[in-house]
Design a protein around this ligand. Structure first.
Ligand SMILES: [Fe+2]
Length: 239
């Protein structure tokens, strides 16, 4: 079984699920992918774009009620995917930004063209505010192309690193393939999650990713990336 800690499941909050039916479809995909728990992570841009806290809570409850009726045994947790802004550390401390499963772990993303220096300083500011930064889909940033940069993020900010399942499954050009191979084999990645959006080409690929990780790096690493490391977050959760 697997744990998906980056998923835009709850409808009507961001560019993820567009309707309740869309949420249901994504849940059925999660079942088919042997997922036992999902941390729902709608986009939030702290201090810049209003976040629909009430809709999020209501749609999450509606989803849980439907799952109970349908006997779908997936545990759902709250969270968010933070597009970093200068207000992020303060609003995190004020409890205005949903963290992963209501723990000290904060999933943070950047624009693809942000500089490494900006990403590093931003991640540092989250760590200084007392949170564990989890850098979302690290493969997406133009300025991060070297394993040493991931080492630096991990070392100087205690950051954890997430890669999308779709990236694991897809074929890449030689240099990118080599880079991805390095970051997995050197233990620089902590989570492989779906980042599911219910968009063409962004469906749930967690099972396929887990199979490929098992083939290339062995069962232990595959299990750590698709289950055990995320379980550590959930163990600290009060839901
Ligand atoms: Fe995402």
């Amino acid at each position: 079984m697997m744990i998906d800690m980056h998923h835009h499941l709850i409808y009507g909050i961001d560019d993820g699920a567009r309707s309740f039916e869309s949420t249901v479809k994504m849940l059925r995909e999660a079942v088919a992918n042997d997922v036992e728990a999902i941390i729902t992570t709608p986009h939030i841009t702290p201090g810049q774009v209003p976040f629909p806290y009430e809709d999020y809570a209501a749609h999450l409850e509606e989803t849980r009620a439907w799952m109970e009726k349908e006997d779908i045994q997936i545990r759902l947790y709250t969270g968010s995917e933070i597009l970093y802004t200068q207000h992020t550390p303060r609003l995190l401390r004020e409890g205005r930004v949903p963290t992963l499963a209501n723990t000290q772990y904060a999933l943070v993303e950047f624009s693809p063209d942000d500089s490494f220096d900006y990403i590093l300083r931003s991640v540092e500011s989250i760590a200084s505010a007392g949170y564990v930064p989890v850098v979302a889909h690290v493969e997406r940033y133009d300025s991060i192309k070297k394993p040493a940069q991931l080492s630096q993020l991990r070392r100087s900010c205690n950051a954890l690193i997430q890669v999308n399942a779709g990236t694991v499954v897809r074929k890449h050009k030689f240099f990118r393939e080599r880079y991805l191979h390095k970051i997995f084999s050197e233990g620089l990645v902590d989570f492989v999650s779906t980042d599911s959006h219910d968009l063409p080409g962004r469906s749930n690929k967690l099972k396929a990713a887990c199979e490929k990780l098992t083939e290339e790096y062995g069962e232990d690493l595959a299990r750590a990336l698709t289950h055990d490391n995320a379980e550590r977050i959930l163990l600290e959760s009060s839901r």
